[in-house]
Design a protein around this ligand. Sequence first.
Ligand code: GLU
Length: 307
Amino acid sequence: MPTIGRLAPSPTGAQHLGNARTYLLAWLAARSQGGTLRLRVEDIDTPRNKPDAVAQLFDDFARLGFDFDGPPVVQSANLDAHVAALEALKRRELVYPCTCTRSDIASAAAAPHAEHEGPAYPGTCAGRSASDAVTLDRPYAWRFRVTHSPTFDDGFRGPTAIDLTQAGGDFVVWRSYHAPAYQLAVVVDDAAMGVTDVLRGDDLVPSTPRQLLLYEALKLPAPAFTHVPLVVGTDGRRLAKRHGDTRLQTYWQRGVRPEAVLGTLAWSCGWLAKPEPITARELLPLFTLSTVPRAPWVADESHFRGG
Ligand code: GLU
């Protein structure tokens, strides 16, 4: 069956070396099998969107040689479908209105990358039914009732089981009027785009059983999931500004060639014996997940200078 993959960047900041490695893996995984690849801009985290980020990520992808099928999908344009999904969940009492003013309600727009997974929700509002929402005089979010924790066979990690009652508990699917949360939006949009294969960073592993619950609840076919190790700094933490400047735009400004960045990434994935310039297309016949190290890739000073 022809595969449909996707890249789903959020325009909340500049793309850096870590994002590039995951996107390279996702692009190669789809293209090396002759699959379709779509681009979706996940722009629902409105306060955190950066004005130039969309133009920059298109520029980064063009320079790296990542091409896509069809026009980019803009997540905020799919609001009607997100609303319809929420209504379906309400009708079936699979969600309840939650007035807890916890920061996870505010942060639910964004994918919960490492360090952002909070403690399990204690179920404070779980006694409410969907119809109780009209009686509330305070803002409320909608939480999904976690009844079980679907396991899955990860394309990189193999069989994966996460107990959601420990990891997060009932989770937010809607923040307030017109504000879907990441978990719901990503499922509705991946299904609408016919995505069959999701490849993303392994800090999103705990999101996958939640998304599988939503696929079940909405009676939508779930894609296959592959989670790849992240790029970390020498302190072992997810690559970020604190480690130095690995923004792709900074490399381009300094005259670093995209082929050099790709060569470093390809070497980190075990496809080249040493980092040497190469194009994304030239990597197609070399692509395999079997040589990608299980451990996160540690970016050091040399990578901050030139990919
Ligand atoms: N927009 C999300 C992010 O930037 C993508 C999450 C996903 O791939 O499901 O992290």
